[in-house]
Design a binder for this molecule. Structure first.
Ligand code: CA
Length: 746
């Protein structure tokens, strides 16, 4: 253990002083309160825990507790819990391979930080010790879990797992989960408890980047197996900020739960009533701020009530529409899609939504329309003039009454959806309020829970990405390994400015921070990088790279197969890679020499190529096809290529693959514009310059394909969108856009 540590007598004094400060008479407080035990080693903690009786408090000394698997086991009493807390809120840092398990009754754990490590088990905080020994009537409060991720992002764990019944998880901050598995889960079955009555409140669920696969839910309550029973869990007054893990922000999979008064801020995905009946969704506020894929509420199953919610600026569509009422499977098993029946969707306000899908997801299997349901007194207003309502199936089983749409929709010729021009003004609570619309839309006194009233008050909530060029700038002179030394010394946000000349790199350059490298501004001057290892840059965990105005040649690279200018190392997740105004050439020494090679298990938030000239490559410009297990993972969320020219590339210039059949992700998304593909993939059979498989959204504009391959777009899952315009084909085949996998032998 390291770090600051106060002595036991100093702690008693501190507690006494705080008792005085809060106005309690010291003598009375001292007489009633059992003595807190200050512990500073795991062994001392275990001894104190064993001796603890109802009403006792165990205090962990401030400092780093490394590789500490904390076991909180005991029998408290109502009003006299056994409490485990930190000497100072946030002063105890659980690092390395640490976790917390609890078993017993009336236990309270508070004010710990899990950071710089990961749990050695499948959970960081668990309300059970084993299958047999669980915690009930217990509380975890004021806990922080920050970036406490498994090294391999495909390896799943749950950060917080609730078992048993009548437990509370509150005022905690959970931020930066990048590996698979839920951020918080309620686990329930016959043994672990079905009637849970948990309360999950006032937590701050911070940024969770896209997982690039199913399994990135921020919260899940139950599983499909036991979804037919009621959990009675209440989720209220939490903030969900940029929870972008997958299409389900919350996946409800049990009955009789309440989602009330939560705020969903710029979160991609939707609160999804996936399985289970009789749930209540009310008083929630969704702010999308027009961020792509921000959604609202998706309705499936029976007896769901969705009322008095406020949804504004949601740009999502499909399963992430502001409101989605699904088609179901006739006589569906619980784990498919139980059809919507007896849903009450009332008094919601939906402003400037891109999409409201009524009767969504209809296909051969999902053929049962919503039934015996009500859509009443909702307000749909679009100051942007858009008509978001799409009726995709038979809505005759949904009674519509008293709804108002402003302005009138083009497609919505629905009785009970009255067109009317409504003026809106922003009220003191921050929500837009309609004038003269009594009884329509969300109640006027709806309030937003304040962000500062959620999470651990003592821990910062803004954990922003490091911006490129936000740190120091340093000059680098040409020569052998001058760049190697400069990069090793660079910190987050730093920029390396290369003077004209030749830079020889004799080691693989590991990028573990956000770093940018730029060449000379003058077009007549060049900074050229040569490298004699199989890879020039390797992006590791936490690494993001931007290179500008550089010339990179592979002429010194070793004569081995599978070289790459830029490669990702295991653990590279949610990285950014930007290449602009660069020239990359001579990647031909052996076969499969790529510009960018994405290693299995790694994922980019974005890869951008702007004004890049690539000439002479035996592999691909972007090889992102390593996820061949077809588990739904993929290597790139967003790919943007513009004003670039690719000449004499053996492989497809872009080779992007996303397998698996789940409908949980928004990506990959790709935009290619104003670029030329000359003699690219010409010797492949059939010739192909851009190979896209399982991509969800592709937009290709004003590209030129000469003397080589064209575009191949293979549809595998979901409802992928492919748009191409302005393509010029000169000696290249036409684009194939409607292929299924069966039609292409890969
Ligand atoms: Ca999911």
């Amino acid at each position: 253990m390291t770090g600051t540590r106060r002595t036991f007598s100093a702690l008693c004094l501190a507690l006494a002083v705080s008792a005085v400060a809060t106005g309690s008479p010291l003598s009375v407080a001292a007489a009633r309160a059992p003595t807190p035990a200050l512990v500073d080693t795991p062994a001392a903690f275990a001894r104190a825990m064993k001796a603890a009786r109802a009403g006792d408090t165990i205090v962990l000394a401030d400092g780093e507790w490394r590789d500490f698997q904390m076991l909180v086991v005991g029998q408290g009493q109502a009003g006299k819990p056994i409490t485990v807390t930190a000497q100072t809120p946030g002063g105890v840092r659980m690092t390395g391979q640490s976790n917390l398990r609890m078993a017993g009754q009336y236990l309270v754990v508070s004010n710990l930080v899990f950071i710089d490590g990961h749990s050695p088990t499948g959970e960081v905080i668990s309300f059970r010790r084993s299958r047999e020994l669980r915690a009930t009537d217990s509380r975890v409060t004021g806990i922080v879990v920050d970036g406490f991720n498994k090294p391999d992002r495909r390896e799943a764990d749950n950060w917080v797992a609730l078992y048993g019944d009548h437990n509370r998880f509150d005022h905690s901050t959970l931020v930066g989960k990048t590996n698979a598995g839920t951020t918080l889960v309620v686990v329930r079955d016959e043994q672990q408890g079905l009637a849970n009555h948990h309360r999950i409140d006032h937590n701050y669920f911070g940024h969770r980047p896209s997982l690039g696969s199913n399994g990135g839910e921020t919260m899940r309550v139950g599983t499909s197996h036991d979804a037919a029973s009621d959990s009675f869990t209440t989720v209220e007054f939490n903030w969900f900020e940029r929870c972008d893990g997958e299409v389900e922000i919350i996946s409800n999979k049990s009955g009789a739960n309440i989602y009330r008064g939560n705020v969903f801020f710029e979160s991609q995905g939707a609160l999804t009533l996936r399985h289970g009946d009789g749930n209540l969704v009310e008083d929630n506020v969704f702010f999308g701020n027009n961020v792509p894929n921000t959604g609202g509420i998706r309705v499936i199953n029976r007896n769901q009530t969705i009322r008095n919610n406020y949804l504004e600026g949601l740009a999502g569509t499909g399963f992430a529409s502001a409101l989605t009422v699904m088609y179901g499977v006739p006589n569906s098993p619980a784990n498919r899609y139980v059809r919507v029946e007896k849903a009450r969707i009332e008094n919601n306000t939906i402003i400037n939504a891109r999409s409201i899908f009524l009767g969504a997801g209809m296909d051969d299997e999902r053929s049962a329309a919503p039934f015996d349901s009500l859509l009443a007194r909702n307000l749909i207003a679009n100051t942007d003039g858009r008509d978001p309502v799409r009726v995709l199936g038979d809505m005759s089983g949904v009674a519509m009454s008293g709804n108002v749409q402003s302005p009138a929709g083009k497609t919505a010729k629905l009785a009970g959806l009255a067109p009317r021009d409504v003026s809106l003004s922003r009220g003191a609570g921050g929500l837009l309020i309609p004038a003269d619309l009594d009884g329509v839309g969300a109640r006027l006194d709806l309030r937003i829970v304040r962000k500062q009233d959620t999470g651990a008050a003592w821990y910062p909530k803004a954990v922003a990405k490091v911006a490129f060029n936000s740190g120091r700038s340093s000059a680098v002179e040409p020569g052998d390994d001058t760049l190697t030394a400069a990069l090793a010394a660079a910190g987050p946000g730093d920029q390396l400015v290369l003077a004209p000349g030749v830079y020889v790199v004799n080691r693989i350059l590991t990028v573990a921070d956000t770093v940018s490298i730029v060449g000379p501004k003058a077009a007549t001057q060049t900074a050229t990088i040569l490298f004699n290892r199989p890879t020039l840059f390797e992006l590791g965990r936490g690494g993001s790279l931007k290179i500008s105005r550089l010339s990179i040649s592979g002429e010194l690279a070793p004569d081995s197969a599978g070289n790459a200018v830029i490669r990702t190392a295991a653990g590279a997740a949610n990285y950014r890679l930007i290449i602009e105004d660069c020239r990359i050439a001579n990647l031909k020494v052996n076969r499969a020499f790529d510009v960018i090679a994405a290693t299995k298990g790694t994922t980019a938030d974005e890869i951008v190529l702007r004004g890049v000239m690539v000439d002479g490559v035996s592999g691909s410009v972007l090889a992102a096809h390593s996820e061949t297990d077809d588990l739904g993972f993929y290597n790139v969320e967003v790919l943007e290529i513009s004003r670039s020219t690719f000449t004499d590339i053996n492989g497809p210039a872009i080779d992007l693959y996303r397998g698996g059949t789940d409908e949980s992700t928004f990506g990959p998304r790709i935009v290619v514009s104003e670029s030329t593909f000359r003699r690219v993939g010409a010797r492949l059979s059939p010739p192909v310059a851009i190979a896209l498989e399982g991509v969800q959204n592709a937009r290709l504009t004003d590209n030129r394909f000469e003397e080589g391959g064209g575009v191949r777009f293979i549809r595998t899952v979901g409802a992928p969108v492919f748009r191409e315009s302005g393509a010029i084909l000169a000696g290249a085949p036409a684009t194939w856009t409607n292929l299924t996998r069966e039609q292409v032998a890969r």
